[in-house]
Design a protein around this ligand. Structure first.
Ligand code: SF4
Length: 265
């Protein structure tokens, strides 16, 4: 079984507990305005031209993003890193893009990881067939599950897809006692205002106490050069980062409702 991988990050500390290796699978059905990995969106490989200035002379370096890899090839890398998982309580995280867009490949990776005894996490938008969540339920120790907007029309506008299937899948996971941590990208002018934060809290309080942890991911513009290099439209080109006080204020609102909250995942 093979799939397209666009990056493998070693020593990841924000994608689940302990020290982890995060495997980024290429392809995503969403088009979030704030996406910080725009090169992850298309399933196919893409070419990027980097300009390098060396001793006053400009060079161009062509890089291909996305590589066809087998489950065995990925596992070879993960096994080499596994000493760090054992010592730190870490493991492997499959991210994207949307990792569930390559369901057979993802299932193969999760199965092999479990055979090796690794703690497994997936970082998902939640936009995938419920049957696929069912297939990987017993192979996944942790779901890092995005909540982007509670309003369906706003969700469609800012991500390109409805939130109905996503919320159905979130319900499915919690009803089946999966360990779910909610990740909320906080985007000024889109979902970080008081009303929408209140709506999110209300929604999460409606899961019978099965969701207890929330990670807030405040907007940053670190990806702006990627949008230029990959010639993608950046709809938030002039958006400023959130004030620290506003982030803290949002964190307090969730904490007051009894959620364990981390900033940055
Ligand atoms: S779900 Fe994630 S990878 Fe997909 S477009 Fe949105 S931010 Fe980017």
């Amino acid at each position: 079984m093979k799939g397209i991988v666009f990056d493998i990050k070693r020593f990841a500390i924000h994608d689940g507990p302990g020290i982890r290796t995060t495997v980024f699978l290429k392809g995503c059905p969403l088009r979030c305005w704030w996406c910080h990995n725009p090169e992850s969106q298309h399933v196919k490989s893409e070419t990027d031209v980097k300009k390098i200035l060396l001793d006053g002379i400009s060079f161009e370096k062509t890089e291909t993003v996305g590589r066809l890899m087998s489950v065995e090839e990925v596992m070879e890398i993960l096994v080499k890193e596994s000493v760090f998982y054992d010592e730190s309580g870490g493991g492997v995280t499959f991210s994207g893009g949307e990792p569930m867009l390559q369901p057979e490949f993802l299932t193969g990776l999760l199965k092999s990881s479990k055979e090796k005894g690794f703690h497994t996490a997936i970082d998902t938008s939640g936009f995938a067939r419920t049957e696929h969540f069912d297939e990987i339920l017993g192979l996944t120790d942790l779901f890092l599950f995005d909540l982007k907007h509670t309003n369906d029309a706003e969700h469609k506008n800012f991500t390109g897809v409805s939130n109905r299937l996503i919320l159905k899948n979130l319900r499915f996971l919690t009803e089946n006692n999966a360990h779910v941590i909610i990740r909320i990208p906080l985007i000024p002018g889109i979902n970080s205002e008081e009303d929408e934060i209140g709506n999110m809290i209300e929604l999460l309080n409606n899961f019978d106490g099965k969701i207890s942890e929330v990670h807030l991911l405040p907007y940053h513009d670190f990806a702006k050069n990627k949008y230029r290099r990959f010639e993608k439209e950046n709809k938030l080109i002039n958006l400023q980062a959130m004030e620290k006080s506003q982030i803290q204020n949002t964190k307090s609102k969730f904490e007051t409702e009894g959620f364990l909250v981390k900033i940055g995942g």
